[in-house]
Design a protein. Sequence first.
Lengths: 115, 116
Amino acid sequence: DVKVTQSSRYLVKRTGEKVFLECVQDMDHENMFWYRQDPGLGLRLIYFSYDVKMKEKGDIPEGYSVSREKKERFSLILESASTNQTSMYLCASNTLPREYNQPQHFGDGTRLSIL
Amino acid sequence: AQSVAQPEDQVNVAEGNPLTVKCTYSVSGNPYLFWYVQYPNRGLQFLLKYITGDNLVKGSYGFEAEFNKSQTSFHLKKPSALVSDSALYFCAVRDGASSGTYKYIFGTGTRLKVLA
């Protein structure tokens, strides 16, 4: 079974801090994704990566950056955390979408609180 | 632009009764449709998908979904609900016409509550 592991389940940080969220997958997937989940808004895509060192902005990239130095690891960075970034963050991965029909595999999420 | 709508924030059903969780979509090409379930404090788990073929798709845990092209719907169903089915359900779509894009669009989620 595919395993997507997010390094922290719960994280509390202060405004202005630089925050790193880490995600590792063990199935050699090409694609990795970062979403944030907020009540009533569903999942919104922040960034995704389709290869090492490759990234593309999603729908809400402002205030975030990402890093993918190795295929299995995809990091989300909050450059200067703000209270409106308090949310649940979900990492996901899947294989190359030859037919665009591959489901995503999700980690258990990181619940981030910015005080 | 592609979009997906889940019109109900919450669905309540008695244990043993059939359940339906609704999803409608809008895409420019052929739709690739997915259902996921999220249990408390967990990530999303894949339930089933529709790509082509039979309009009735069977998935995990006894769930199935019916694809209706004319109504642009992909409703999730189960003949007999269990208390353990209580969770948050998400519908998602990819647009088959958008080659090269990796984007999935998720609905806002429907909370299913199965009452004993």
